[in-house]
Design a protein around this ligand. Structure first.
Ligand code: ADP
Ligand code: MG
Length: 405
């Protein structure tokens, strides 16, 4: 989905107010009735609201829905993008938006810049995109449900990613610094590096291999498993070497100078899980095997050492220092994690031959046709979900300046 920012500049104060009203109304209404939009926007004189509504609909930020009972509007992903961008603009997080640098399985990645010209990355989570990770969800959920549910899940994914990156960065793990999150978006440090996937050869594969395995173990010692630890989610940063120049760069990939120092940076955290998860060992082993397989196939490196193994990694784990427990207590609660897990399996499909996730009770439940009607998320019911507070934060009532996002 393309992020078209053209309309950001000419939306009026009232347009923003009406857009925020549709977002607020979406909390309890699949289709927000027009009179409710008028009421929530707090604008007097119904006529104006219709004009704003038609502007927003023309720009694709809201969409008209004809319902059996009433007509109304729903927020589109475009509208949600705008509201999030406006929050980042108001919070002085993002000043300008640059090129799209990645289309992930379930995200769009853009480079952007802060007011002080710091290069950043904007990640927009798009859980509605059909992909392997949401096979389960597509099966029993998308079929009958509205787009609002996807927006809600994308929002949970962003919140989760930000929460984990925050503690990991603080604890000195090599992850991009998270800067902010709003709705379905996370803003983070830009890492000037290639994913491991793009790299044909490294000067010392044994060293890089050991570092990656060490990272998996270090994470487990703090109670965490990445869950999608593969060559797409490991960026290889180069320091030093022969003027920082790669020896060769081809369409296929690139090789580093012999004396280059390589630092792996880990990204992509929506599927991160606790070492207390029922299937923790499965996910830990899968992360380990992803790296093993990649090094064997692509870098022709096979380690003599077995493992690492989860049971060794978590031996003597210090409960006081558990990051899974900390994140759960301070931001992304267990209840939220469950909501997300139910629909987004931590399945890696990026790697050929990736194993299937073992069936758990939820899976069995989902096969049951009768259960489908109950697969509905009650937003009200979820701890810490405060859309009103956020739409106030959004500064959605003011018009953006020119020349900004
Ligand atoms: P997805 O969940 O869709 O896989 P990722 O977070 O893995 O999303 O990002 C997709 C791609 O975007 C990455 O493989 C990487 O090339 C690029 N990317 C993501 N975050 C950053 C970042 N902070 N700095 C530089 N590139 C990034
Ligand atoms: Mg990824």
């Amino acid at each position: 989905m393309k992020l078209d920012t053209r309309a950001l500049r000419y939306l009026t104060t009232e347009d923003w107010r009406v857009l925020a009203a549709v977002e607020q109304g979406s909390k309890n209404h699949e289709v927000v009735p027009t009179p409710l939009i008028a009421q929530l926007s707090g604008m007097r004189g119904g006529n104006n609201v219709h004009k704003n509504i038609s502007t927003l609909a023309k720009d694709g930020l809201i969409a008209k829905v004809k319902n059996a009972r009433y007509d109304g509007y729903r927020l589109t992903y475009g509208g949600l993008d705008y509201l999030a961008l406006n929050t980042h603009r108001k919070g002085d997080t993002i000043f300008s938006l640059g090129n799209q640098i990645g289309v992930g399985k379930e995200s769009d990645i853009y480079v952007c810049a802060s007011p002080s010209s710091r290069q950043l990355v904007l990640k927009l989570h798009r859980l509605g995109r059909i992909s392997f990770r949401t096979v389960k969800a597509n099966r029993d959920y998308l079929r009958n449900r509205n787009a609002g549910s996807w927006m809600y899940l994308s929002r949970l994914a962003a919140q989760k990613e930000h929460a984990f990156m925050k503690v990991l960065h603080r604890e000195g793990f090599p992850v991009p610094e998270p800067v902010a999150w709003s709705r379905h978006t996370v803003v983070m440090e830009f890492i000037d590096a290639f994913p491991l996937r793009m790299i044909d050869s490294v000067p010392d594969p044994g060293k890089l291999y050991a570092e990656l395995m060490d990272m998996i173990v270090q994470l487990a010692q703090r109670g965490l498993i990445h869950g999608d630890f593969n060559e797409f989610n490991i960026l290889i940063k180069e320091k030093g070497g022969s003027g920082g120049q790669r020896e060769e760069e081809t369409e296929e990939g690139s090789a580093f100078a012999k004396d280059a120092t390589l630092t792996p940076i880990l990204i992509d955290f929506p599927q991160t899980l606790s070492t207390n998860h029922t299937n923790a060992e499965f996910y830990f082993d899968r992360d380990v095997n992803c790296v093993k397989r990649y090094f064997e196939r692509r870098l022709r490196y096979t380690s003599d050492e077995p493992g690492p193994f989860l049971k060794d990694a978590i031996k003597g784990i210090d409960n006081e220092r558990r990051l899974d427990v900390e994140v759960e207590a301070t931001g992304f609660s267990r209840k939220m994690a469950k909501e997300l897990d139910r629909f987004v399996e931590p399945v890696s499909n990026e790697v050929e031959g990736a194993e299937a996730v073992p069936a758990d009770e939820d899976d069995l439940e989902d096969e049951d046709e009768d259960e489908q009607e109950e697969a509905e998320i009650d937003i009200e019911d979820v701890e810490g979900f405060e859309p009103e507070r956020e739409s106030r934060e959004a500064g959605a009532l003011e018009q953006p300046d020119d020349a900004t996002v």
